[in-house]
Design a protein around this ligand. Structure first.
Ligand code: SF4
Ligand code: FES
Length: 247
């Protein structure tokens, strides 16, 4: 396949970025999207040019670091997958592909396609944990009876990989889907109920401080989420927040 790539290039956080055009050939439909970028970078290095910086680690949909806006969609045109799981067979010979970083005020660009998502870490640090008594009398977690439905819903919420596609998809750059998944995975389990009130208040407060927008129920986040995190989590977080606020 021969492709035209229009890629956001930005030297550093302070520099003014712009779209640059690259022509690439010999792309196999079996390559992953990131392998295609590797081919481009090899050719740029051979020519003595700066390779395109992009985030990646596991390349198997687990770590959440790959984060590209591809033809206007976070993680590209496929559903239920991350950028690293996207294959070039989703595109046609001769296509033009526009590649940008995830855009949000709370995700400032570091370089080219790499954004700073530490704001997500700070939301987690605000309350995304449980306190466990390790005095020697710790109860075996397996001895706590948990209804199957609650265990399943907590598990689904816990599959959020913190990629940020929900923020990039939202016209308000809202982080409600991410934050609600992190709140839900604990609010549903007995271990998480002890600090539930402080947790939801602190995490929502941090989310607002980071500059993420509010949720207006558009639902783009759920559609673009590679892990299928449900909007039900946002409803649960809102209920948890209301309960905690009137206590
Ligand atoms: S909710 Fe989905 S889109 Fe948002 S950070 Fe988690 S996995 Fe990524
Ligand atoms: S590189 Fe880890 S999810 Fe894509």
């Amino acid at each position: 396949m021969k492709l035209t790539l229009k890629i956001w290039r930005q030297k550093n956080a302070k520099a003014k970025g712009s779209m640059q055009t690259y022509n690439i050939s010999d792309v196999s439909p079996d390559m992953s999207f990131l392998e295609m970028l590797d081919v481009l970078n090899d050719s740029l290095i051979e020519k003595g040019e700066e390779p395109v910086e992009f985030d990646h680690d596991c390349r198997e949909g687990i770590c959440g670091t790959c984060s590209l806006q591809i033809n206007g969609e976070p993680h590209g045109p496929d559903r239920g997958i991350t950028t690293c799981q996207l294959h070039m067979r989703k595109f046609k010979d001769g296509d033009t592909i526009v590649i940008e970083p995830f855009r949000a005020a709370a995700f400032p660009v570091i370089k080219d396609l790499v954004v700073d998502r530490n704001s997500f870490d700070r939301i987690q640090q605000a309350g995304g944990y449980i306190s466990v008594n390790t005095s020697g009398n710790t109860q075996d977690a397996n001895s706590l009876p948990i209804p199957k439905e609650d265990a399943d819903m907590a598990f689904y919420a816990a599959t959020c990989i913190g990629c940020g596609a929900c923020v990039a998809a939202c016209k308000n750059a809202s982080a409600m889907l991410f934050t609600s998944a992190k709140v839900s995975q604990m609010a549903l389990l007995p271990q998480g109920k002890i600090e539930a009130s402080e947790r939801v208040l602190a995490m929502v407060d941090q989310m607002d401080k980071e500059g993420f927008g509010n949720c207006t129920n558009t639902g783009a986040c759920e559609i673009e989420c590679p892990k299928g995190i449900s909007l039900e989590n946002i409803a649960r977080m809102n209920r948890e927040y209301l309960k905690a606020s009137v206590k």
